[in-house]
Design a binder for this molecule. Structure first.
Ligand code: GLN
Length: 264
């Protein structure tokens, strides 16, 4: 019976029950004498086991909310983090002319959250999203069906995907965790390529900063998510080609994003 499960100490049991039965929390409480059939019990037990082995809930449910939309996620894609919503807010605030057809690029789009959310927010923008992973791009393309507005997907590693194209804003939530960080012990189910980037975690960020000028229009912007302890180093890297550097904290008051304008 549902009430027996609700009493148990199992991790996320309510959410796992909801997932098994396709019912929300309120339904579970109102029907706590419902008896699970054999197939449902088996499904639930499998889910509980996977959760106990550390599989993130988002990979079991196959979806994760981000900003105002729900996205499909698979183990080929990073699970969207609430911190990344900061990049959306910054972008929406950046361009005061809401109807100008700016060209935006989301590098390393993963499940497509940044590109698709922005496309949905402003139909005037021309949005390109890239990833080196075909499997991630396949997920992002499916996710693009949640908006009526178009996203142009291109496969390739960082700027290799966009050859000579230029943009008004380049955005990226690249991998930025140090390769030997103990924090990675908690993230064993997500693609490593989406998480770590060299010894100091800055390999991808360095590559993006050094190559962005070739792909930015006059006075174009670069917007990056980064690790809580990387802001100073990134500022130094940016100072060579960029001005008007602005830094942003996430909801936990950690330094998390940086915006810079290509020096005219
Ligand atoms: N933000 C991720 C985390 O802290 C790290 C990888 C990324 O988003 N670029 O788990």
């Amino acid at each position: 019976m549902i009430k027996n499960y609700l009493k148990s100490q199992s991790k996320d049991i309510t959410q796992l029950l909801s997932l098994t039965l396709g019912k929300n929390h309120a339904w579970l409480l109102a029907n706590d004498d419902y008896q699970l059939n054999e197939a449902q019990t088996q499904t639930l037990n499998t889910l509980i086991k996977k959760r106990e082995q550390g599989v993130p809930f988002a990979y079991l449910s196959g979806t994760k909310g981000f900003y105002h939309l729900d996205f499909k996620v698979t183990p080929d894609t990073l699970i969207p983090r609430p911190e990344t919503e900061l990049l959306i807010d910054i972008t929406l605030d950046l361009f005061s002319n809401k109807t100008k057809p700016y060209h935006l690029l989301d590098l390393g789009t993963g499940s497509g959250i940044i590109a698709i959310t922005l496309a949905d927010k402003n139909p005037h923008w021309h949005i390109t999203a890239t990833d080196f992973s075909q499997k991630a791009l396949a997920v992002a393309k499916q996710n693009a069906a949640i908006t009526d507005n178009e996203v142009n997907f291109q496969q390739g590693s960082w700027f290799e995907a966009v050859s000579k194209q230029t943009f008004d804003l380049i955005i990226s939530n690249p991998p930025y965790i140090e390769q030997d960080s103990s924090y990675l012990k908690n993230l064993t189910h997500e693609p490593k390529t989406a998480l770590t980037s060299g010894k100091d975690g800055l390999d991808a960020i360095r590559l993006i900063i050094n190559n962005a000028p070739e792909h930015l229009n006059k006075q174009g912007y670069l917007l990056l998510e980064h690790g809580f302890n990387q802001q100073q180093e990134i500022t130094q890297l940016l100072e060579k080609y960029f001005s008007n550097i602005q830094i942003f904290n996430d909801y936990n008051s950690n330094q998390r994003a940086i915006l810079a304008q290509f020096k005219p």
